[in-house]
Design a protein around this ligand. Sequence first.
Ligand SMILES: [Zn+2]
Length: 293
Amino acid sequence: MSKTLLVRLAAISIASLGAWVAYTQNPQAPPQLKLNKIADDLYEIEGDGGNVAVYLTNEGTIVIDDKFERDYADIMAKVKSITDKPVKYVLNTHQHGDHTGGNAKMLDASAEIIAHKNARANMVEGKMPGVPRISFNDETEVFLGGKEVRAHHFGRGHTNGDAVIYFPGARAIHTGDLYTVGQSSAPVTVAPFIDYSANGSAVEWTKTLDGILNSGWDFDTVIPGHGPIMHKADLVKYRADFAKMQTRVRGLVRGGQSKEEITKVLVAEFGWSPNPQALGSRAIEPMIAEFKK
Ligand SMILES: [Zn+2]
């Protein structure tokens, strides 16, 4: 699958998160974004693309992810409504276009973009605009206005370059798409997008979540990559549910079940999209290969 197609598909994956109609019918007009207050100095911007976190300091603002390019003006308007300080840093949780689309405009506005080295490499390979000038291996920190923001790569999951962002002062994290919250009528909802073209891994995913939960980071608020603001207990439950899905799929794969039968189980029991065009379903074949090992 080409990277361009993948970027487009990443956008389409929003379908499962509720923006499908708006996106397909009128791609030029972004849906209205919504600003949510988490703490006096921490806000979240939801709607269209991945969740954005905005952290305020008296020396400037630190932004996590920047949705699609078309959302840039609205993101900046929201930031300006809560601070007169400029955006100094943008941390990307991973390379997908619904999280990095505003990068080029942020760079033009003199913000520094930071991402994990694999996420940066994925952007270069995909010829994506707004490639970060700064990358890191396992962990990096940004210190601004007496506050700290930490970015840590706990391992593979959604991609091979996922970074989780920690705001110690606000006891909050932004997980990127290692944790997304959607609506589904399945008994348990674990419908991750495993980007195998960027070396994501369903097998490693729980180990990566364990890394977050055992990091020693003191947090309660969890900003997922998509969906409403959650809490640590929700992330703990998601990790347990993800493990259930791993066990179920591994059993089916080793029992010799077909791709169609495994898909049926994922749709009925774990809320995967039944649409074969959706990324979740496209990930079935490499996922089966991964669980065979
Ligand atoms: Zn993503």
